[in-house]
Design a protein around this ligand. Structure first.
Ligand code: DCP
Ligand code: CA
Length: 605
């Protein structure tokens, strides 16, 4: 290929002309500059050897014990003491044990047929067990909660099971104004009022704040451990150092309260924070000052950078015959856009350490919850499906009930069962999920069993290699929020009133009309009641009004609650209008559009 960019010309300083922006009173006193804030500070905090640490904490082991987490025959997490023996995720268990005879290998918890809770069984077999990641999810939530509690005005975005981005910009600004109160007031003699530059920043003591990456030519190691040696301190550096203090404190608290060590990267945006978070692990943090961005980025092989690996990275490497970030800097924006489309501005900026993506908490409301199992031995008899359905139902029950601890009104609209036969595409069946108060394994398994029967039909034999069970349309019940919350909270009281014999799977009753759900004493012997909402008289059917007064009262109570369900369901459906799925064959259905420009590099085939 004959490309004019083949020669690896040097990048120029102009590529980074925003590294030392002038910071004015307007900047420091504004509260909503968003991603263009020149004092923006973002961190990425990642837990060290996370699954291994969760097991170590659960087992109350000494942190120096070499431990790995095993899933069947593979290793999925390696503690740092085990890494000292040269053990990595690539090793098989038996090879790892050869490297370290004292190695403790903990098999990840599994769901076992017939059990409603995951546990650590003696003999695990992929043919009869299913992996449970519930412990890690719960521990991960505890860590995220600590970030949020420590930083009520910072934004926290969970990035994976053991990583989160934290936007320190606002907490840092608060601290800056507190520590340097002379910044709060624009001096009377400031030449441009609010737009006057801030006075020179104070020197920074970087001691104990972590590893500070240095600009090129400052020191051979590229790290800085002491007082401002280069004299080029900016207010952004002060902001970074305050974020580093806050981050260090949170990491120490996580360690002392939960027992986990973490590593963090602190820089001016998400991309750079992530890039330097693993600079030194474990239990450490790295600070990337703006001035050090070029020397840190230039030598990196760009295909190692997330987003620039894969097909896009291959295409860039092929097109320009280059390998490092520095090499790519000589390519003009016009050129890159002509090859990769308008959106390639994003690559152009990323290579220069610019990333304008926000740190934003993803909706705490996950829309779906899925449990799946690839079957080492295919199901051939339709009846054998039930055992797996129960295992998947147990996982969904646990996860939904966990999620309901923080969102008591979380409700799945639909239950979906997928099954794949060999390499064929999967088939699925779905149904509205019943309104039951307690979502138990039985409730889920019963609903899923019906779907399984529909899916397998009259077939005498099947060949199913993978089953998935999912809740979709998970939403917080929005309407009559108070009454629904009240419903969940007053469960025991209601039970006493209704004296119903059905235990776990009572239908959901709306307390919006309290007298619908709670019989008045005068009603007890009646055989009908008038609904206060629809004004209809609802009566027991013939034959149901017979028996002792308490039996009749009980039937009437059931009828009331069923009628309450009807209104609840109707209200819920109305409150969710707008998010209803587009019916099959509808003209509203999305057209398949061929991706253009940069998007085609991110298509999963
Ligand atoms: N994980 C997994 N399979 C993989 C990669 C990771 O099951 N191929 C799980 C186990 C890890 C957890 O995800 O503990 C977090 O992944 P990380 O890549 O962050 O790795 P660790 O936290 O284990 O180690 P490190 O200290 O390097 O971050
Ligand atoms: Ca990790």
């Amino acid at each position: 290929m004959n490309s004019p960019w083949k020669g690896k010309a040097k990048a120029t300083n102009q590529d980074y002309d925003d590294l030392r922006p002038t910071i004015t009173y307007r900047h420091i006193l504004s509260n909503n500059l968003g991603v263009r804030d020149p004092l923006r500070v973002v961190a990425l905090c990642d837990s060290d050897a996370f699954y291994a640490a969760c097991e170590r904490v659960r087992l109350e082991l000494d942190p120096n014990v070499p431990i790995v987490v095993q899933q069947w025959e593979s290793i999925i997490a390696v503690s740092y003491p085990a890494r000292e023996f040269g053990i990595s995720r690539m090793d098989k268990i038996k090879d790892a044990k050869k490297k370290c005879p004292n190695l403790l290998a903990v098999h990840v918890a599994t769901y076992k047929e017939g059990e409603s809770e995951p546990s650590y069984w003696k003999d695990v077999d992929t043919r009869t067990h299913k992996v449970s990641l519930d412990l890690y999810r719960r521990e991960s939530n505890k860590i995220i909660t600590m970030f949020k509690e420590a930083l009520p005005i910072g934004e926290v975005e969970k990035a994976s099971i053991d990583e989160a981005f934290i936007d320190f910009t606002r907490p840092v600004r608060e601290k800056l104004l507190e520590r340097y109160p002379y910044l709060v007031q624009v001096p009377a003699d400031a030449p441009n009022g609010m737009d006057s530059p801030l006075p020179p920043p104070p020197p920074i003591k970087w001691d104990d704040l972590g590893t500070v990456l240095l600009p090129e030519g400052t020191d051979s190691a590229g790290e800085q451990s002491n007082i401002d040696v280069d004299g080029g301190t900016t207010w952004h550096d002060v902001a970074l150092s305050i974020a580093a203090e806050l981050m260090r404190k949170i990491r120490e608290d996580i360690h002392s309260k939960l027992g986990y060590t973490t590593s963090a990267g602190i820089a001016r945006n998400k991309f750079l924070a992530k890039l330097c978070a693993s600079y030194k692990k474990p239990n450490s943090q790295t600070i990337l000052r703006n001035q050090a961005i070029p020397s840190y980025l230039h030598p990196l092989p760009f295909q190692k950078i997330r987003f620039l690996g894969g097909k896009l990275g291959d295409a860039l490497a092929k097109e320009y015959d280059v390998s490092t970030v520095g090499d790519l800097l000589t390519i003009s924006l016009d050129e890159i856009q002509s090859k990769f489309g308008e959106n390639a501005l994003w690559i152009y900026e990323l290579l220069r350490g610019i990333d304008r993506t926000e740190v934003k908490e993803k909706s705490a409301l996950f829309k779906s919850m899925l449990a799946s199992k690839n079957l080492p031995k295919p199901i051939t008899q339709p009846l054998d499906g039930h055992q797996w359905i129960r295992v998947l139902a147990a996982e969904l029950a646990l996860r939904l009930n966990d999620a309901r601890e923080s969102m008591p009104t979380l409700w799945p609209k639909t239950i979906v069962l997928h099954a794949r036969k060999g390499y064929e595409t999967s088939r699925s069946k779905q149904a509205t999920f019943p309104f039951v108060r307690n979502v138990t394994v039985d409730v889920i398994a019963t609903a899923a069993d019906k779907l399984w029967k529909e899916l397998t039909g009259d077939s005498k034999t099947v060949n199913i290699t993978s089953v998935q069970l999912a809740f979709t349309g998970l939403e917080k019940a929005e309407m009559g929020q108070k009454s629904i919350e009240g419903f969940f909270a007053t469960r025991d009281i209601q039970r006493t009133f209704l004296k119903r014999s059905r235990e776990e799977d009572e239908p959901l009753v709306s307390l919006e009309n309290t007298d619908l759900a709670v019989p008045k004493s005068s009603d007890i012997e009646a055989v009908s009641f008038q609904c206060t909402r629809c004004r209809k008289t609802i009566a027991l059917r013939e034959g149901q009004a017979t028996g002792g007064p308490s039996e009749v009262a009980q039937r009437l109570a059931t009828l009331r609650s069923e009628h309450g369900d009807f209104h609840f369901a109707q209200d819920l459906a109305n409150s969710n209008k707008g998010s209803v799925p587009v019916p099959r064959g509808s003209s509203l259905k999305r057209q398949k559009v061929e991706p253009k420009g940069i998007a085609k590099f991110f298509i999963k085939k």
